[in-house]
Structures are given as structure tokens and as C-alpha cells.
Design a protein around this ligand. Structure first.
Ligand SMILES: Nc1nc2c(ncn2[C@@H]2O[C@H](COP(=O)(O)OP(=O)(O)OP(=O)(O)O)[C@@H](O)[C@H]2O)c(=O)[nH]1
Ligand SMILES: [Mg+2]
Length: 442
């Protein structure tokens, strides 16, 4: 399918112990043989060879290990050679240029994975999962990615696609052979229940996908409270570093301070904000407006109250304001607290925050996602939404007693949208853009 042999540096271009130059294509083995001290053309597949890369004059450039993988059991399904060289930038580039000088062309970002896709080794959702894996910043994201690489999306969608094909076939038979007596006349009574069941399944998948997205990117978590309750102290305790300024002056934090933590497999994107009260000056006012904005956007609110003092008007307003959000109410300054408070009591100043960590852990115990496959990115979720809309139209048409053969086009479209998730119905330009977002050398 692809005539040229491609090559790229597959490791990060920085100093390190090892770098890998990867070559894929029909000429891969013969090209490397020309710059290596050993002829690789007849070596068996999946073997590693020690030797030197040599330059035009036969002078050794680097001492390397060369892995040879013969098609089709390779990443791209083509012959693949990987040169493990010393991880200097200069030396790696030198080896790459030698490979290029023997006739290979430089791979575009994602081109190796693109070839794997075109050669049918993986579907598009699996290719995307490869990039998701590279970009993963937490356990949940990595977990979803590895499942995606193994083909979980296809498994998830296969029964849904099958159901649509079933419905389409039923309609087609009715259109093509209306005279056959043993084929009953198809009505909305046959199709509506199937359509509804299908829609319910899609809804369940979409819901899980949304949770998946949140877990993948981390949960935007805002720390709010009136001034001086210890929000910045809490941020610092959670981050285990002195990131935000802490003083006993009310109104210390004026800008947004951010940090990330991982609790189990969950990533929280923490945002410390200015204490909410009637502002004393213009700068504070702007800070408070930002706090309000972040509060609106946040997926999780950590509302901090001063456990050593009675609730103020501001506290009560914040309790009211956040009551419909996913939130945890936290009593800080437990060391100064007299009464036995119910709930999450911490002492942020001394980093005594275990009760809060426990509460966060139980809030996001998401074993469900661990066991079940989910769609892993926006493109896939977008297409799933489109398929849902197509079927919604089909359902409404059937309810309006429109002839099944006129509804077929919507069902066909839903089918195509699902297939597009797997890259089985795709425009070339779309695929090119998609793969261009990949890392170089992958
Ligand atoms: N005793 C005690 N003092 C605390 C605790 N947590 C914070 N403080 C003190 O409370 C004061 C305010 O803490 P900050 O973390 O700056 O409070 P804040 O909510 O960020 O305040 P603003 O940024 O002004 O809104 C500081 O003097 C902290 O040392 C605690 O658990 N116990
Ligand atoms: Mg603060």
C-alpha cells in the first residue's frame, strides 16, 4: 500500500541513555544493512543484533543494538527495524540522516500508527488510544487507553452496529420482496421497540463516556470559603508544597492558584481562590469575581469553613450557593475547635487532612470504569452523539407512522456514524488531520 520506507526518531529528542531510530517499509532491512556492520537481510524476524552504525566512509558512528521485525507481525505490519543508539541528540540525528541518505523518507507525525491502521492491524479507535496513552497524565486515563489499544471500543460498538444492520436488513427485505407472502408487512410496531432499546443502550454508553472524560482530564476542583478560613493552607497541604501564600491577613489570596494531585486513580485539578466577602479594594474585587467564576465552572467544590468560629453570614451564603453542586464541606482549624463537629474535620496548617483524603477517595470510587470499556475521546463521543440524533429522528418518524423505508436513511446514517468511530467509513482528509496530531515517530 505504501511505497516508501519511512523513518523517524521515536524517542524524545533530548539527552538520555538510549534513543531509538525507527524504520518501517519494504526497504527497512536493506537500508539499515547498508549502514550497519552486519548484513541483516537474511536474519530471522524478531531478533536483536549488536554492531556499529558506520558512515559513508565506513567509520563507526555509534555502537548500537538493532532489532529486526519482519512483516506482518510488526507495529505497522511492514518490515520494521529499530536502532537503539546512545541517547545523544547529535548522534541520534546523525544516524537518522544516514538512514535518510540511503533512501528512506522522514515520517510524518503519527505515520507509523497510520500505517498500522491502513494495514488493518488496528481500527481508528485503537490508533487514537495509542495517542491517549502517550498523553495520559493519570491512572484512569492510562487505564482507558490500554483498553482502547486492545480494541475495547470496537467490542463495545459491535452489538450496536449489528442491531442497526438487522433493522436495515429487515426494511430492505420488505422493500425488495413485498410480494413474498411469508414476509410480514413491516410496521412501526416491529421497529419502534428495537429503536427505543437501541437508544437506551447508547444513552448508557454516553453517560459512562462523560464520566470517563472527566476522569481522563481530571476533576476541576475549586477551594472556596470566606477569607482566612485556611483555603490556601489546604491547597498547600494537598499539594505537599508551599505553593500559595498564607498569612493571617484576611484577603491574602487575590489571584487563582492552581495545582494537581492524584488520589488513587483520580486526578484533581485544584484551584485556590480569593476568599469571598464584600471586597475592600478593587484588586480584591477582581479576585472575588474570578472566584465566583471558577465556582460556577467547577465539577467539585471544597467549601472550607472555620471550625473554631461560629458560622458567619458569608459562610451561610456559600453553603446555600453550593448546595446543588458536587461538594464537600470541610471544617478547618480543628486544633482550635471546641465542640465535636460532624463531618470532615481537618487542620490544614499542620497538614492533617486525612479525613478529607478519605472523603475524596470514597467520592470517586469508580470501579465501574475499571471493568467496563468506554469511549475515550471527543471525536468518538461526538460521533456517538450524532448516531443518537439519527436514531432519535428515526424514532420520531416511526412514531408519526412514517413508512419504514423512509426511515431507513436515518438508520443508515446512525450506522455510518458508528462505523466512522472505528475508521471504517472515513474521509481521507479527516484521517490525515487526525494522524497529524500524533507524536513524531509513533
Ligand atoms: N490554628 C490553625 N490555623 C490555621 C489552620 N489553617 C490555616 N490557619 C491559619 O489561618 C490563616 C489564614 O490561612 P490561609 O490559608 O491564608 O487562609 P485563606 O482562606 O487562604 O485566606 P485568604 O486567602 O485571605 O482568603 C493563617 O494564619 C494560617 O496559618 C489550621 O488548621 N489551624
Ligand atoms: Mg488564600
Amino acid at each position: 500500500m505504501f511505497e516508501n520506507t519511512i523513518c523517524a526518531i521515536s524517542t524524545a529528542l533530548q539527552e538520555g541513555a538510549i534513543s531509538i531510530v525507527r524504520i518501517s517499509g519494504e526497504e527497512a532491512i536493506s537500508i539499515v544493512s547498508q549502514i550497519f556492520t552486519k548484513d541483516l537481510r537474511s536474519v530471522p524476524s524478531h531478533t536483536i543484533h549488536y554492531g556499529n552504525i558506520v558512515d559513508e566512509n565506513g567509520k563507526p558512528v555509534d555502537e548500537v543494538l538493532v532489532s529486526v521485525f519482519r512483516a506482518p507481525k510488526t507495529y505497522t505490519r511492514e518490515d520494521v527495524v529499530e536502532i537503539n543508539c546512545h541517547g545523544g541528540i547529535f548522534i541520534t540525528r546523525k544516524i537518522l540522516s544516514l538512514v535518510l541518505s540511503k533512501g528512506a523518507s522522514l515520517a510524518k507525525p503519527g505515520e507509523f500508527t497510520q500505517r498500522a491502521f491502513y494495514h488493518g492491524r488496528i481500527d481508528l479507535s485503537q490508533a487514537e488510544a495509542v495517542q491517549d496513552m502517550i498523553e495520559a497524565t493519570n491512572d484512569s486515563a492510562a487505564h482507558m487507553a490500554i483498553k482502547g489499544i486492545k480494541g475495547s471500543v470496537k467490542k463495545l460498538l459491535a452489538p450496536l452496529i449489528e442491531d442497526l444492520l438487522d433493522i436495515i436488513a429487515q426494511i430492505e427485505v420488505n422493500i425488495d420482496y413485498p410480494e413474498y407472502e411469508d414476509i410480514e408487512q413491516l410496521t412501526e410496531n416491529d421497529l419502534l421497540p428495537k429503536t427505543k432499546k437501541w437508544l437506551a443502550q447508547i444513552d448508557a454508553i454516553l453517560k459512562k463516556a462523560q464520566t470517563g472524560q472527566v476522569l481522563k482530564k481530571g476533576i476541576d476542583t475549586v477551594i472556596v470559603g470566606r477569607p482566612n478560613v485556611g483555603k490556601s493552607s489546604l491547597l498547600n497541604a494537598l499539594l505537599e508544597e508551599d505553593k500559595a501564600i498564607v498569612t493571617d491577613i484576611a484577603g491574602t489570596t487575590r489571584d487563582i492558584v492552581e495545582g494537581q494531585i492524584h488520589i488513587g486513580s483520580i486526578q484533581l485539578n485544584l484551584i485556590d481562590t480569593a476568599g469571598i466577602r464584600k471586597a475592600s479594594d478593587k484588586i480584591e474585587q477582581i479576585g472575588i469575581e474570578k472566584s465566583q467564576e471558577k465556582l460556577k465552572e467547577a465539577a467539585l467544590v471544597l467549601l472550607v469553613l472555620d471550625g473554631s468560629a461560629p458560622l458567619t453570614k458569608e459562610d451561610k451564603e456559600l453553603l446555600e450557593k453550593t448546595k446543588d453542586k458536587m461538594r464537600l464541606v470541610i471544617w478547618n482549624k480543628d486544633d482550635l475547635s471546641k465542640g465535636n463537629k460532624e463531618g470532615i474535620c481537618i487542620c490544614a496548617k499542620d497538614h492533617q487532612i486525612q479525613p478529607l483524603i478519605d472523603a475524596l477517595e470514597s467520592l470517586y470510587e469508580n470501579d465501574l470504569l475499571k471493568e467496563e470499556p468506554v469511549l475515550s475521546n471527543e471525536r468518538q463521543i461526538g460521533l456517538l452523539h450524532q448516531a443518537k440524533e439519527d436514531m432519535q429522528r428515526a424514532k420520531e418518524a416511526l412514531e408519526a407512522h412514517i413508512e419504514p423505508d423512509l426511515v431507513e436513511i436515518d438508520i443508515q446514517q446512525a450506522h455510518d456514524h458508528l462505523k466512522e468511530i472505528l475508521g471504517e467509513v472515513s474521509r481521507e482528509d479527516l484521517l490525515d488531520t487526525l494522524f497529524s496530531k500524533f507524536c513524531l515517530g509513533k
